[in-house]
Design a protein around this ligand. Structure first.
Ligand code: NDP
Length: 291
């Protein structure tokens, strides 16, 4: 009997809007690999049983992505965690190897850096303002404190000041976060002096969302990076464009983290043609045309 088809997928709750199946199924098709990427919407009380079954030699699942709200929670289920994921203390990619051991990686952080590199933005000596202190901020702040191209300053504003404080205290135990400063209000982010403004909050996902920063603070010397990719243009990005700032949405980060995740699962480097197809699939999906 033929081996059952290999299964990959994303766990989280909810996952219904994920664009990852488009990207990864495009890659499987392009490579002629008989595998499928599925959505696994899991409630918290279903995690134990799900992870238990992954160790079964008969399980067809060989790789997973992890999204909100489980990127930290899954650490407890893994047999091994990559050095970067140990620094960030969050995992968005899991490889299940032939021995059914679970190895966790963080590809969000290098995905973000790869997109910044594509945008030709070098963080060395730059002043960075960050909105938010949730899961994605954890990855981004940690990696910005680790890279040789060390920013001059990173100011962080979060609606819940206590959450931001806890996050920074935690990051500080593993990396030199002396360049990070928490601020009490958006005005204290000093966006007028900043080179890069990163929105890591979910504010902007809904059409009626009002940006956390006011238009007067934005300027042509700024790159405004919004992690949100749906909608493709948030109200923050629209406002930034009107003020002459460069803008980027999070689709590039999603693409690069996906390429890295796939490469971990397949243990191969994807060629440019497959990568281009993956990106095109994402772009079609983000415009609501799943094709
Ligand atoms: P979390 O739920 O961990 O964090 C949400 C953040 O948004 C918190 O800082 C929260 O502040 C803030 N927030 C939510 N609502 C409001 C509001 N009304 N006013 C002010 N602040 C608010 O989510 P993630 O960090 O995982 O994800 C955030 C966004 O980033 C999502 O839109 C997600 O899709 C996107 N993302 C994109 C990725 C990509 O590859 N492009 C990868 C990962 C995430 P508080 O602490 O006060 O609640």
């Amino acid at each position: 009997m033929a081996d059952p088809r290999a299964v990959y997928g994303i766990i989280g709750y909810p996952v219904v809007h994920s664009l990852s199946p488009l990207m990864h199924n495009t890659a499987f098709r392009g490579l002629g690999v008989d595998a499928v990427y599925e959505l696994f919407p899991l409630k918290e009380n279903e995690l134990d049983a799900f992870f238990q079954k992954l160790h079964d030699p008969a399980s067809p699942i060989f790789g997973l992505n992890v999204t909100v709200p489980y990127k930290e929670k899954v650490l407890g289920y893994l047999d091994n965690i990559s050095p970067l994921a140990q620094k960030i203390m969050a995992v968005n990619t899991i490889v299940i190897n032939k021995q059914r051991k679970l190895i966790g990686y963080n590809t969000d952080a290098p995905g973000f850096l790869s997109h910044l590199a594509e945008l030709q933005f070098n963080t060395r000596g730059k002043n960075i303002a960050v909105l938010g202190a949730g899961g994605s901020a954890r990855a981004i702040l940690t990696v910005l404190c680790m890279i040789p191209e060390r920013p001059a300053s990173i100011k962080v504003y979060n609606r819940s000041a206590g959450r931001a404080r806890e996050l920074l205290e935690d990051i500080q135990t593993r990396v030199d976060a002396s360049i990070v400063e928490l601020v009490r209000s958006v005005d204290d982010l000093e966006i007028e002096k900043a080179d890069l403004l990163i929105n890591t909050t979910s504010v902007g996902m809904r059409a009626q969302d009002v940006p956390l920063v006011s238009a007067e603070l934005l300027h042509p010397g700024l790159l405004v990076y919004d992690l949100i990719y749906s909608p493709a243009q948030t109200s923050l990005l629209r406002m930034a464009q009107e003020k002459g700032a460069r803008t980027a949405n999070g689709l590039g980060m999603l693409y690069y983290q996906g390429v890295l995740a796939f490469q971990h699962w397949a243990n191969v480097q994807l060629d440019d043609q497959i990568k281009r197809k993956m990106r095109e699939a994402l772009e079609r999906g983000s415009h609501g045309d799943a094709g």
